[in-house]
Design a protein around this ligand. Sequence first.
Ligand code: GSH
Length: 281
Amino acid sequence: MQDHKITLFHANWSFCSQMVRVALFELNIKFDERHIKLCDQYAEGENLDKNFLDINPLATVPVIKINNEVIVNSTTIIEEINKRFQSNLCIEEDDSVKSFVKQTTITEGDKFASTIGTIIPVFSAPLIEFMIRKLPLKSIIKIFMKHPRKDRKMIFLSMYFFGVAKKFPNIAIKKFVDELIKFEELLNEDNTYFYNEFSHIDINMMCVFNRLEDLKLSEVITTNKTPLLQRYWKNLQKRDSYKKGILNYYTSKEHKVIKDFYNDAPSPFLKPILVELAQRN
Ligand SMILES: N[C@@H](CCC(=O)N[C@@H](CS)C(=O)NCC(=O)O)C(=O)O
C-alpha cells in the first residue's frame, strides 16, 4: 500500500509532463491524473481556467498534489517524489549533477536556446504556431485576457496574428550542435546511461530525444559525430517507462498534427543542422 495519495495535473504532449510521468512509472508510483487541455493546443485552454489557476497561478503543467500539498515545476516534483518515496532516481547531487539536470529541461529563468532543454521549445515553436493558428479567435482572446505570463502571452499572440515562429529554430542551430557535441563528449563508452545507474538526467534526455523524433530531427544523432548519443538514446528507449510515460500518451490528435504539419516531408531544419555538425571536428 502506498502511503501518499498522488494526483498529477498534466498534458499528453507536454515536455515537462512527460518527465514527471516517466519518473512516476520508474518508481512504480500509483497516481490519479487530470489531463489539462493547454491553451496553445486546445480551444478549451483549461490551464487558464480559474480552477487550474487556483492550483498553479503560473498556468503551467505539470503540477502534482501529494496528499493535499501542491508542488509545481517538473524538476522540483521529481526531486520531491524521489525524497518521499526514498528512491535513488536523483543521485547525490553535487553541483555538476544539478547543473546537468537543469540544462536538460525548461528551467525557469534560463534564456531560450541557452541550453539543450530550452532549445527544445525553440525548435518546437513552428509546430506550436501551427496549432495556435488553428484555434478559434475566442481562444486567443482568452489567452489575451487570462494568461498570467506576459512573455508567453506575447509569443502566443504574435504566433496567431503574425506567424512569427517559422524561422525561430535557425537561432538555435549552432548552440544545439555545440550541445550535441558536448553531451557526446560527456558520455562514457562503458555506461548504459549518463551515470552508471538510470537517474533524473536520463529522464530529461529521454524527453529531449523523444521530442526530436516528433520534430523529425532525430537523424541528427545518427551521424559518425555522435555514436555514443545514438547508443544512449537506444538504451533509453528500452525502458518500460518510455512506453508507459511517453508513447502511451500520444493520441490521434498529436499524430494528426505531426502528419498535417510535415506532410511527410523532412524538417527544413534537418539539413542545416547536419551541415553545421559536419563542420565540427
Ligand atoms: N519549468 C516548468 C515549465 C513548465 C511549462 O512550461 N509547461 C508547459 C508545457 S511543457 C506549459 O504548461 N505550457 C502552457 C502555457 O504556458 O500556457 C516545469 O519544469 O514544469
